[in-house]
Design a protein around this ligand. Structure first.
Ligand code: NAD
Ligand code: MG
Length: 293
């Protein structure tokens, strides 16, 4: 296919205002994000790999899970029990690609669940080549006084603690050549004052990418991170942004629009595939134009 104009490849029109409780569901989101269900084409870059993706039911995690399967991998996904329907949609796409899908619902704020999740994925898949951590929590507050202990604890317990727990367990299974892919945000570099806790948690993920890559590099395990800009997803309309920011979400980027999750698929695949064998400790920005620095 010939190249397409990135400004108009996906809609740059206003999004309709809409609100959902946490966790937002993709099957109730309008318009539906493009997670590569039909648009992503695989080329066997992850043939027979075994992958675990947290947050794999919707938006960015769904795009990673689908791309991995279309590249030839078997994929276990984790999500919250309330997201079962979204997860089953992903299962259908993975199975239609001829690969194994393993659904493991559960709350990653629970320490023991993380160990059980990694073990269950390893056993069900018969191995583990990559752990991709996409699950995240984002709730805006009007100002610093709005960040009560319960809310900033939930943000860190969801976004940061599970990285320790999943990696601690995963290194019992990951062999040299395996990879870990984390998900930060442009917020980790350019923090917004309505997202003090979320932005700080995403900066912590950048730090962990660097420190983990040094320790695990000695075992031949690569650790990298993706920092997305504004992507259309259930997270944004379930308290991730004020409603007033939903219609124009992403429009101030150089591309003039929000990203669609499938526009991250190739980067997740690249960081898990052999082609990136000399890349570790790096953060890849996929931001629509905002520069990481
Ligand atoms: P999303 O709502 O589709 O994904 C978030 C996922 O996190 C949910 O599907 C849910 O399964 C999981 N999750 C949340 N709390 C959990 C818990 N306690 N236990 C288990 N799973 C839990 O939205 P998304 O935008 O695709 O977000 C995915 C990741 O991308 C998040 O880490 C987010 O911070 C990051 N991100 C998103 C954007 C964006 O603009 N959408 C930008 C930068 C970074
Ligand atoms: Mg979800």
């Amino acid at each position: 296919m010939a190249s397409q104009d990135p400004r108009t490849k996906f809609s740059n029109k206003d999004f309709p205002k809409q609100e959902q409780p946490v966790p937002g569901l993709q099957n109730k989101l309008e318009p539906k994000p493009d997670c590569g269900e039909t648009s992503y084409i695989g080329y066997g870059r992850l043939k027979d790999y075994k992958m675990l993706v947290t947050g794999g039911d919707s938006a960015i995690g769904r795009a990673a899970a689908i791309a991995y399967a279309k590249e030839g991998a078997d994929v276990a996904i984790n999500y919250l029990p309330e997201e079962q329907q979204d997860a089953e949609e992903v299962q259908q796409v993975i199975e239609a690609a001829g690969r194994k899908a393993v659904l493991i619902p559960g709350d990653i704020r629970n320490e023991q669940f993380n160990y059980d999740l990694v073990e269950a994925a390893y056993k069900a898949l018969g191995g583990l080549d990559n752990v991709t951590i996409v699950a995240g929590h984002q709730q805006y507050r009007d100002n610093i006084k709005g960040f009560d202990t319960a809310s900033f604890s939930e943000t860190f317990e969801t976004n940061v603690y599970p990285i320790f727990w999943t990696v601690q367990k995963a290194i019992d299974y990951l062999q040299a050549g395996a990879t870990i892919t984390l998900t930060s945000s442009v917020q980790g570099y350019h923090p917004s004052p309505i997202l003090h806790d979320y932005a700080a948690s995403k900066a912590a993920i950048i730090s962990l990418t660097k420190s983990l890559s040094e320790e695990l590099g000695e075992r031949g395990i690569r650790v990298n991170c993706i920092a997305p800009g504004p992507f259309w997803s259930p997270l944004q309309i379930s308290g991730g942004q004020p409603q007033s920011k939903i219609p124009n979400f992403g429009q101030k980027e150089v591309m003039g629009r929000a990203g669609q999750p499938v526009e991250l698929s190739g980067t997740y695949v690249h960081l898990a595939a052999e082609e990136s064998s000399y890349t570790t400790g790096q953060v890849y920005g996929v931001t629509g134009g905002t520069q990481l620095d």
